[in-house]
Structures are given as C-alpha cells and as structure tokens.
Design a protein around this ligand. Structure first.
Ligand SMILES: Cc1cc2nc3c(=O)[nH]c(=O)nc-3n(C[C@H](O)[C@H](O)[C@H](O)COP(=O)(O)OP(=O)(O)OC[C@H]3O[C@@H](n4cnc5c(N)ncnc54)[C@H](O)[C@@H]3O)c2cc1C
Length: 379
C-alpha cells in the first residue's frame, strides 16, 4: 500500500502534471485542479535540458515530446557585432544520459497539452477553471473547498501552483519571490534555416540576446534588459520595442526581425527567484516546483527542477506505508540543496552582468559546467 490513496494536485503545470502522472500510474486516485480555463492556445517556447528530458521519458511522453520539439547538442556564443560573429561553439553536456539529447526546445502549449493528456490517460481527473478556496486538515486528511462550490477530502494535497503559489501563502510559508533586476522579452517566430541550436550573445544593447529552435518551422527569441515597467504597452508597441532592441544584433537576428509581424506572440516577464528553506510542507500539504523554488531562466533549469521534485516526492510516497512529517522532511531534504544550488547559479549569472563584473572574474562557463555536473546525477 502506498502512503496515500487520494491526492489533490493544485496546478496543472510541469511539476503538478509530473507528480500526477507518477502517482496515478501507480494506482493512486489523483485529481488536478487548474485555475486556467484550458491550455493556452498560443505561448512562447521552452528550453528543456537533458535532466528534464530524462524525467519526461520516465513519464512516458518522450515520443510526443521529441516529435514536437527540436533537439541539439551544442551552444553557440555570438559577438554583439553587425554580423553576429560566432566566437565559440560549446558542446552541451548530455545531463539526461548519453541516449538523450543535451537540449530540446519546444512550444510551451504543446508541452502542457502532452503532460495533461498523459495525466488523463493514466487516470488522473483534471478540472480546468477551478481553484481551492480553503484547506482544513486533521491528522488523517485534508478537506478542500473549491471555487466551483464543490468540496473533497484527500490524503495529501500537493501545491504545484507556481511561483506566486496560493498554497504556499495558505500554509503561512513566508518566502516570496524577489526581483533579480532583469526583465525578458520573448517572441515566437519562424525559424530561419541557420538556427539549429541556441546561440547566446552577452552584451551589446541587452544583457543577453538568445534564441532556441522549437520545431522545424518555429523558434523563440529573447532579449534580457534591466527590469522596467513595460505593462502600458499595447501589442504593436511591444513588437516595436523588441524590434528596436534586436536591431543591435546581426546574423540570424536579421531574420528574426524580418519574421516579426503585428500578430507575433510577444511577452515581457520579470526575473524573480526564491527558495523555501525546508520543510516544504505543513501537515499533509506539500509544495513542489516553482511554489517551492524559482530561478531566472539564465540556465534553463526551472521546469527541470520541478520535474525532479515530482520524481522524488512520488518515489517517497509510493515507497512508504504512511505519510508523515518524517517522509515529507526527507523529500525537502533531498531536494532543497540541489534546487538552491541551481537557483543561486541562475541568479549569479545575472548578477555578474548587472554588476558589469569583468569576464576574468565572472566564470559563466565554469558555473554552467558545475550545474551540468550536479544535475547529471539523478535527484
Ligand atoms: C521568462 C521565463 C522563461 C523561462 N524559461 C524556461 C526555460 O526555457 N526552461 C525551463 O526549464 N524553465 C524556464 N522557466 C521556468 C519555468 O517556466 C518554471 O520553472 C516552470 O514552469 C515551473 O513549473 P511549475 O509546474 O512549478 O509551475 P507553473 O508552470 O507556473 O504551473 C503552475 C500552474 O498552476 C496553475 N495555478 C496557479 N495558481 C493556481 C490556483 N490557485 N489553483 C489552481 N491552479 C493554479 C497555473 O495556472 C499553472 O498552470 C522560465 C521562466 C520564466 C519566467
């Protein structure tokens, strides 16, 4: 008998779906409530490193993920000059093992749909447009009231409701994300034929200019700047700002600019980060993914870390006879140091740029190598 028979997952994102799939596959009755009305039809792309791909394979979705995405094994570094000169080509570490690519880019809405479909396929019940409004727990379970008026009782509640988690606040855990000082523009555009991997340019008009192919015909491109209030801009103004900032970069960036239209999906987000110092639970309610830790995407490990939470939490729940403080303490103990190292490294890379630390002191490749070595180990 696993430690739980019934589990409520709050949030149908990467961490929530992965937890749901692993538990439901093992026969646990799982419900996901997702506040959005459905998977968004449009969105940006996501860069998934090998350790994320390893989990996706374990979830049984490697086939649709690899079919939809674009895999590659190297990172390019380009100069901020008019030609976008390639100054380095660095082989990426295959952190998920030699039989998986180092990196894969894919459209976010496709990843979300693949994960939710798999959760439903293995028996999880998914309710869209629903949030919990109250949690009351005793020694034996958690009573939950929902925004649609329904209620239910569960052996465990997993708060996988993202960086601004309602569950975290409801538990009284006082660890809110803070701005790291940077903001990122992202556009989703046609892939020029010569974009076959991520290339990054450090410096120039922005701190980072980069892109990632997400399929045969698509990619996303991003520009990182000092964080500012961009909320007043309409779609046309946002595209105009992106076009202007991107004008400083050459090579494939000429095609990125040419691919921009009035309808190009464009998005501005602030970089934020936090780590909840363990424990990650109160009683029978436990956090996973961005609810517990968040990082700026400077090394593209956010989703991977959420997937790893799911793997460890499910392993412990399925291997124990009862759920108690000891089990959930062990979950946070196994995850917290690793997540913190990834968060700290992700923040440090941005900090060096904000402080204009000389390249001799800002060892970005060394830090990236350290994180790659860490996440190559199974969590
Ligand atoms: C600009 C940017 C770019 C990024 N790029 C990358 C990248 O390339 N690679 C990478 O690995 N990571 C990236 N990340 C990080 C990554 O997006 C997150 O780490 C990852 O999505 C976290 O997954 P999650 O399931 O914990 O949270 P989320 O993906 O945020 O999912 C949480 C879900 O919970 C739902 N929800 C929220 N509140 C409630 C509620 N009260 N009730 C019910 N449902 C609720 C939300 O609608 C959402 O669907 C990026 C982050 C940012 C900000």
């Amino acid at each position: 008998m696993p430690a739980v028979r019934t589990v409520l997952i709050v949030g149908g994102g990467a961490a929530g779906c992965a937890t749901a799939i692993l538990l439901a596959e093992a026969g646990v009755q799982v419900e996901i409530v997702e506040s959005r009305p459905d998977v968004p039809a449009v969105g940006s792309g996501i860069t998934l490193q090998g350790n994320a791909l390893r989990v996706l394979r374990d979830l049984g979705v490697w086939e649709p993920v690899s079919a939809a995405g674009y895999a590659f094994d190297a990172l390019g570094i380009r100069a901020p000059d008019p030609a976008g000169t390639v100054v380095a080509e660095i082989p990426d570490v295959r952190t998920g093992g030699p039989d998986l690519p180092a990196t894969l880019g894919m459209p976010r809405p496709v990843l979300a749909r693949v994960l939710l479909d798999r959760a439903a396929e293995v028996g999880a019940k998914v309710r869209f447009g629903v949030s919990p409004t109250a949690l009351r727990q005793d020694d034996a379970g958690v009573d939950v009231t929902f925004s649609d008026g329904a209620d239910g009782r569960y052996d465990l509640v997993v708060g996988a409701d993202g960086i601004h988690s309602w569950t975290r606040r409801e538990l009284g855990i006082d660890a809110e994300p803070v701005s790291t000082g940077m903001g990122i523009w992202r556009v989703y555009v046609p892939r020029p034929a010569d974009v076959v991997r991520t290339d990054l340019t450090y410096g120039g008009r922005c701190y980072i200019a980069g892109y990632c192919p997400t399929g045969e015909d698509t990619m996303y491109a991003y520009l990182v700047e000092d964080v500012q209030d961009r909320s007043g801009l309409d779609q046309a103004e946002q595209i105009a700002v992106f076009r202007e900032l991107a004008g400083a970069y050459g090579g494939p960036w000429d095609d990125v600019r040419a691919g921009l239209t009035d309808d190009t999906p464009v998005n501005y987000a602030r970089f934020e980060s936090h780590v909840v110092d363990g424990p990650w639970h109160r009683g029978r309610v436990v956090l996973a993914g961005d609810a517990a830790h968040s990082c700026p995407p400077t090394i593209a490990q956010g989703a991977a870390q959420g997937f790893e939470d799911a793997v460890v939490l499910a392993e412990l729940l399925l291997g124990a006879g009862r759920v108690d403080d000891d089990l959930l303490d062990r979950y946070a103990a196994r995850r917290c140091a690793r997540a913190r190292e990834v968060v700290d490294a992700s923040v440090q890379i941005g900090r060096w740029m904000l402080d204009h630390t000389p390249p001799a002191e800002a060892d970005v490749p060394g830090l990236m190598r350290r994180v790659s070595t860490l996440v190559t180990e199974r969590p």
